[in-house]
Design a protein around this ligand. Sequence first.
Ligand code: AMP
Length: 315
Amino acid sequence: MAVTVVGSVAFDALETPFGRRDRILGGAATHFALGASFFTDVRVVGVVGDDFGAEEFAVFQSRGINVDDVERIAGEKSFFWAGRYDNDMQVAHTLDTQLNVFAGFDPVLSSRARGSRVTFLANIQPDLQRRVREQCTGAVVTGLDSMNYWIESARDSLLETIGCVDVVSLNDTEVRMLTGQPNLARAARQICALGPRVLVVKQGSYGACMFTQSGFFFVPGYPLETVVDPTGAGDSFAGGFFGYLDAHLDERELTDEMLRRAAVYGSVIASFAIEAFGSERLQRLTLPEIEGRFSEFKQMTHFEAQPLLVRATED
Ligand code: AMP
């Protein structure tokens, strides 16, 4: 039982209306791994430079995350991303991207990573995602995330990669951009026709909706009064989602009930992630907090059906 995530492990510089951080631990694989670590064993496949030190590795170790497949390249720098959020806190404006060691990233997975039951291909070049997917011979469930940059610059490759995974996780703007279809239900049908069994459409603070072969589910965003930094919300959602699936995949079947609980845990984890900068909140998150908020989601989304009082009509 383990989840393998392949993606960026980085330093981020972040600016939001609540403050700034010039250099903190970031990266899609980092946010995913921290989120998933509450549910199952996690292995990270990535690359860092020698600026990535004991302090950064300690964050992974403190959550029991395996970093044997994170290559550390001497004399080079880690991936660096700088982003800014304005008052709406919905859109990440990229200020700077320095690929550094990530430019030559083309991992050969260890046998342990290949054997994971669940593999998540975080936001990286789609050809690379496909090369990793081909190595994951033990995977029962595979998922991917992507971004506008790849939709615009490598659309055909991304479409091909989507055909090789079970679960696609994109935000609503990306879904519309990828399909050219403004209607989400139709866009979802187009994406699932390529092969995936599940499409998760992230909708920022509104939550996420999920299209499966047999149905539709919607999970709201938690109504937080203060959102400090949305960075990593999507990746930590995916961490909660795939971490939960891995821990509960006894029958090797993805049932709608299991997928719904996974989506709620995804939204729970993402709601904590955005309460502080970068991964700071996930680093001190506890299981009782997760279970408490999961119960709140259940209560928040529950309603009783009652017979409809029909207006009397004259004949
Ligand atoms: P999210 O907010 O979930 O979309 O992801 C935020 C994380 O993605 C940040 O911590 C960044 O380090 C990382 N990131 C930003 N741009 C890229 C990119 N082009 N490729 C891979 N990772 C990226």
